[in-house]
Design a protein around this ligand. Structure first.
Ligand code: SF4
Length: 479
């Protein structure tokens, strides 16, 4: 396979290339554009014109520099061994193959896909999506030899993308519905994926029926099909081994897999916990589950489409930096949206707090993600989860939780957190000591004037990039 006829280089070495706003010629898809998608379909051989690239809408050279445009990428493939279950796995390779091109940055998947073409690539002559289509077709056939024929269609016209976009959404929904039809107990094999190791070298997804891949693109069915046709590929079998902790979802086979694939960096994983030995996160997660220490045991969920900040004052991008990179980060977990409605969702954390399940730890969700999962959430909790329309910051959250009688308020952790804050305030007034809590910044002051300082941390998990210790003048005692 050669790309000598292309004006830019193509190869895995370019994966991870970043194209900043001032370096980009145009942006395709992404948060500024309403409808965009990427989809792979398996077709009969007679329906494919091998090597053909269609473009419906303006080409790169017709676009205005610095602007954003819709992008739909439809890859149609055929081959005697292909089956529909492979579509999602092939679709995930769009991300990888686009990133092989020097001068293209591709992020996300499905209907959140987001690409940038660099000015440098455009100036070298990479000025047509015909070229990208040809590159994709060559890569698909070379890297996945079971694909015998391939054709690609790009949609950049804002009107003409509407119909294929709706079809794509319907297909994603059908895949997700099927993925929800089985549970971890029904299978004797899990699957792993290391496609994101070029960005996050210690990350490997463990894909189970109840825990879809973080990117939301690969279900257990999809992973099984991929591992069957290419057992030495990036998706592989993970024998479960012995179950060490049913509630946490700890399996010897999963621990062995993560230890090997993270090169010894990660020793074990609790599949159903966001707080203890959580699954690693790469950077492709659809949403983030984050701990809210001010609620003792409560969590929030924000997804990529959320505009503005979450309840803790942080935008998705800031929390994504904290979460991703292949780290095991208790309190910040990259998740798929499907996992939120799984019966195993952070079950270990919820049950350990005396709740009925992990979903009952959720006290806040961004509106966009809540709308996506609302119908699938348990009826007794869905209207008790606040959004940015119900509370604007953490100070308003306890009043909301108590008004709707969210089950979190019955947990010991909540009572200690909320009561603890009041107690600490009392203590401050009496003794001049305090331990404030927060997720954005945290100050641990000393006891003014008396020398030394006192810090009391109970059941505490702390994540901090920096800690500032300042001297604070003592307050006067209450009369
Ligand atoms: S997020 Fe996980 S499943 Fe998805 S491509 Fe990356 S490693 Fe594979």
């Amino acid at each position: 396979m050669s790309f000598a006829d292309m004006p830019v280089d193509v190869g895995p070495v370019y994966e991870g290339e970043r194209i900043r706003g001032n370096q980009m010629y145009v942006e395709l898809g992404g948060p500024k554009i309403e409808k965009h998608f990427e989809l792979v379909r398996v077709k009969a051989a007679k329906e494919i014109e091998d090597g053909k690239v269609n473009l419906i809408g303006p080409d790169l050279k017709d676009m205005e520099e610095g602007k954003s445009y819709p992008i739909g990428i439809l890859v149609e493939v055929s081959g005697p061994e292909l089956e529909e279950d492979l579509e999602a796995v092939f679709e995930r390779r769009v991300h990888e193959f686009c990133n092989f091109v020097n001068g293209i940055m591709h992020l996300n998947q499905r209907y959140t896909n987001w690409m940038r073409i660099s000015k440098a690539a455009f100036e070298k002559g990479f000025n047509s999506l015909q070229m990208l289509g040809t590159i994709l077709i060559r890569l698909y056939k070379a890297e996945l030899p079971i694909i015998k024929k391939a054709q690609v269609t790009f949609y950049t016209d804002p009107e003409k993308i509407k119909e294929p976009y709706d079809i794509a959404l319907e297909i994603y929904n059908k895949r997700d519905e099927r993925a929800r039809s089985i549970n971890d107990e029904d299978v004797d094999m899990f699957y792993g994926c290391v496609l994101c190791q070029s960005f996050a070298p210690t990350h490997a997804c463990c894909i189970t029926p109840n825990r879809m891949s973080l990117c939301g693109s690969i279900s257990w069915f999809d992973a099984r099909a991929a591992a069957r046709v290419d057992p030495k590929g990036p998706l592989f079998e993970v024998p479960m081994g012995d179950c060490l902790n049913e509630l946490a979802g700890e399996f010897t086979g999963v621990n062995e897999m993560i230890k090997k694939r993270s090169l010894g960096e990660i020793e074990k994983i609790y599949l159903y916990s966001g707080m203890e030995y959580p699954h690693t996160s790469c950077g492709c997660f659809e949403a983030i589950d984050f701990f809210i220490p001010e609620t003792g045991a409560g969590h929030g969920i924000i997804d990529r489409n959320h505009e503005g900040v979450a309840i803790n004052g942080l935008p998705f991008s800031a929390m994504a930096n904290q979460t991703g990179g292949g780290k095991q980060m208790p309190g910040f977990n990259g998740i798929s949206i499907q996992y939120i409605v799984s019966p195993k969702y952070q079950k270990y954390d919820g049950i350990n707090s005396g709740l009925e399940g992990g979903i009952y730890t959720i006290v806040w969700m961004g509106r966009t993600v809540k709308d996506r999962v609302y119908d699938l959430l348990p009826e007794d909790i869905r209207d008790k989860i606040a959004t940015e329309e119900d509370v604007s910051d953490l100070s308003e959250l306890p009043a909301w939780l108590e008004k709707v009688q969210h089950p979190i308020i019955e947990t010991e952790e909540y009572k200690a957190a909320v009561g603890g804050i009041e107690e600490e305030e009392e203590e401050w007034e009496e003794e001049g000591a305090m331990v404030p809590m927060g997720t954005v910044g945290m100050t641990i002051p000393g006891v003014g004037g008396a020398g030394g300082f006192k810090v009391i941390l109970k059941n505490c998990k702390i994540h901090a990039e920096s800690i500032i210790i300042k001297k604070i003048e003592p307050k006067r005692k209450k009369k």
